[in-house]
Design a protein around this ligand. Structure first.
Ligand code: 5RP
Length: 232
């Protein structure tokens, strides 16, 4: 990616992230997703907490979003203390025209799915490049290390091509916040995301997969700085 593209890309992410933050009101318990797009939401919510007295509690989805939220000044709580959230906001790697999404590019999809499923309303923030008529990106699948070989065989049986996600220096696997591995699995064009989701969930040793079918609203940041909102 060129520097020019990188900055255009981040302005789209910024537009989406900030627009979605406007939905948040005092008194809400808010799920805070992981990634570079929702980072703009978290920073803006922190600004409103500090400057405007916005009175919210956040529930984080990763150590990354925890660090960011603490730095931004957002008071945090846990699902143990507040099991029901008013809202969750998160990014996505790809999202189709029916608002099915693939998540887990940051290996945080297990906690992201739990947090979004605990929320009354789930908003996804993304730049335009993430939208697609059908899902065809790799599906991140978090697996117990003990079950890796079995899960690989079962994913292949479903027509998938799993690859163990490696750390940046390629000297070992990525380890999730839950102590597990991630198998990035290609299925080509996914004709029926909900059916694939059920099949993946039934494999012993799969902790969670990155297919999300619970998105209520999508905020798409565009190159001209505008934001398109798509509702289910
Ligand atoms: C992390 C995620 C992210 O939300 C997803 O990868 C999008 O990230 P970004 O906003 O940086 O493109 O699912 O597990």
């Amino acid at each position: 990616m060129t520097e020019r593209n990188a900055s255009a890309d981040s302005s789209e992410k910024r537009a989406a992230g900030i627009a979605a933050s406007q939905v948040v009101e005092s008194g809400m318990i808010v799920g805070l997703g992981t990634g570079s797009t929702v980072a703009y939401t978290i920073k803006e919510l922190g600004r409103r907490v500090r400057k405007e007295g916005l009175d919210i509690l956040g529930v984080v989805t990763s150590y990354q979003s925890e660090m960011l939220a603490i730095e931004a000044g957002i008071p945090l709580t846990t699902l143990a203390q507040h099991p029901k959230l008013d809202l969750a906001i998160d990014g996505a790697d790809q999202i189709d025209s029916n608002l099915n999404a693939i998540k887990g590019g940051g290996a945080a999809h297990t906690r992201e799915k739990i947090v979004s499923a605990s929320a009354t309303r789930f908003l996804v923030v993304a730049d335009e490049s993430k939208t697609s008529v059908q899902l065809d990106k790799v599906v991140p699948i978090e697996v117990l290390p003990f079950a890796k070989e079995l899960v690989i065989e079962k994913i292949r049986g479903l027509g998938g091509k799993p690859e163990l996600r490696l750390a940046l220096r390629k000297d070992g696997p990525v380890i999730t916040d839950n102590g597990n591995f991630v198998l990035d699995s290609s299925f080509g064009v996914i004709q029926d995301p909900e059916s694939l989701a059920i099949k993946l969930s039934s494999i012993p040793g799969v902790v969670e997969h990155g297919i999300f079918s619970n998105v209520d609203e999508l905020y798409i940041g565009k190159k001209d700085g505008s934001v398109k909102i798509v509702r289910k």
